[in-house]
Design a binder for this molecule. Structure first.
Ligand SMILES: Nc1ncnc2c1ncn2[C@@H]1O[C@H](COP(=O)(O)OP(=O)(O)OP(=O)(O)O)[C@@H](O)[C@H]1O
Ligand SMILES: N[C@@H](CCO)C(=O)O
Length: 323
């Protein structure tokens, strides 16, 4: 998260007065992340996270996100729970923004995941996919293949100032992905942003998942592709097949992949990398003045795309037929 919206003390006090969460002892803005404004709240009743939703979160989607966190928790997944105010409402307004208070989760994220973390993540991802079953609201993926070309249009003219040849590479990727993007794969609720900063561990076990604000209905294997991108590359840009193998095998221990998902994995990984390269590129070129935010590097995903373009089949990600 980040801090885009400054919240005056009096406005925060008035907002919190509607909740039964004790008296405020301290609060501070959280610099991590790039999407929303977040504050850590410490009250006489405990610890909470206050989120003000920024540009990429549509207010109309909030019932989906908040309802989903309640549904997942009811089905055994450790994730933040929206706190309802005395009027029974989870969604409020603060400084002109939609705002929500959620429970604080214990645990720490890992910056450099080891193979054991990738294994634990694979099982947690499949657990999330199972826990989402039966959730009554649907939300199409607003950042799937149809959104990539319009996103690129916002950055195309300046893309080559970020890296030579980036515009041409992206145009070629878009053409391949739009022509071959798989349809009708098994799907349901996916997280769609399960990067290392959104997964908490206590010891080697996953203790909770956060940041459901890209969650949507889409192919389960696309979520796995996002995680392979986010967890299994090394700092030097190489893909670590051992980590991929651990993640995929642990995922399959809960939900075996179907042959169509295995066949689609290289394209799904390439599409996932393009999605994050594009949102990062647009953000890189449009940092709001004065915002406390560190934009993420689009070229990290440009390098990952170079790997995906060369991949022949899912075995290169660590998929093994024995599961
Ligand atoms: N429920 C929670 N419990 C504990 N810490 C939290 C919780 N929610 C958020 N945080 C902390 O706030 C940071 C930012 O949160 P989050 O990842 O949701 O932000 P974001 O802006 O949506 O970020 P991004 O989409 O870039 O990951 C997390 O890395 C974590 O340290
Ligand atoms: N996880 C995203 C940022 C939030 O969408 C990224 O690393 O680009």
């Amino acid at each position: 998260m980040a801090v885009y919206t400054e919240v005056p003390d009096e406005a925060l006090a008035a907002f919190l007065a509607a909740y039964d969460i004790g008296d405020l002892l301290s609060y501070k803005g959280i610099a991590e992340g790039v999407e929303n404004t977040n504050f850590f709240l410490h009250t006489t009743a405990g610890s909470y996270i206050l989120t003000l939703y920024e540009k990429r979160v549509a207010e109309g989607d909030l019932p989906f996100f908040l309802g989903l966190m309640e549904h997942l928790a009811a089905n055994g997944l450790a994730c933040p729970q929206p706190i309802r105010n005395r009027a029974g409402e989870a969604l409020g307004r603060l400084c002109g923004r939609p705002a929500v208070i959620v429970t604080f989760l214990d645990g720490v994220s890992v910056r450099r995941p080891a193979t054991r973390h990738c294994r634990a993540l694979g099982a947690a991802l499949a657990g999330l996919h199972a826990a989402g079953a039966g959730f009554g609201i649907r939300r199409p993926n607003a950042l799937s293949v149809a959104a990539w070309r319009p996103l690129f249009a916002q950055a195309e003219a300046q893309a080559d100032t970020v890296a030579p040849g980036l515009a041409a590479r992206t145009r070629a990727d878009l053409a391949v992905l739009e022509a071959g993007w798989p349809q009708d794969l098994p799907g349901g609720v996916i997280h769609a942003d399960l990067f290392t900063d959104n997964v908490f561990f206590i010891g080697d076990a996953v203790s909770g998942l956060i940041d459901f604000y890209f969650a949507c209905n889409d192919a389960f294997a696309y979520d796995l592709a996002i995680c392979l991108n986010a967890w299994c590359f090394e700092g030097d840009g190489s893909f670590n097949r051992t980590k991929g193998q651990a993640m995929i095998a642990a995922y399959q221990g809960v939900r075996p992949l179907e042959p169509a998902e295995v066949a689609a994995l290289p394209l799904l990984c390439r599409g996932a990398a393009l999605r994050f390269m594009l949102t990062r590129l647009v953000d890189w070129l449009n940092v709001p003045p004065g915002a406390l935010v560190k934009p993420k590097d689009p070229l990290e995903y440009d390098r990952k795309l170079a790997f995906h373009r060369r991949v022949a089949d899912a075995a290169e990600y660590g998929w093994a037929s024995a599961g």
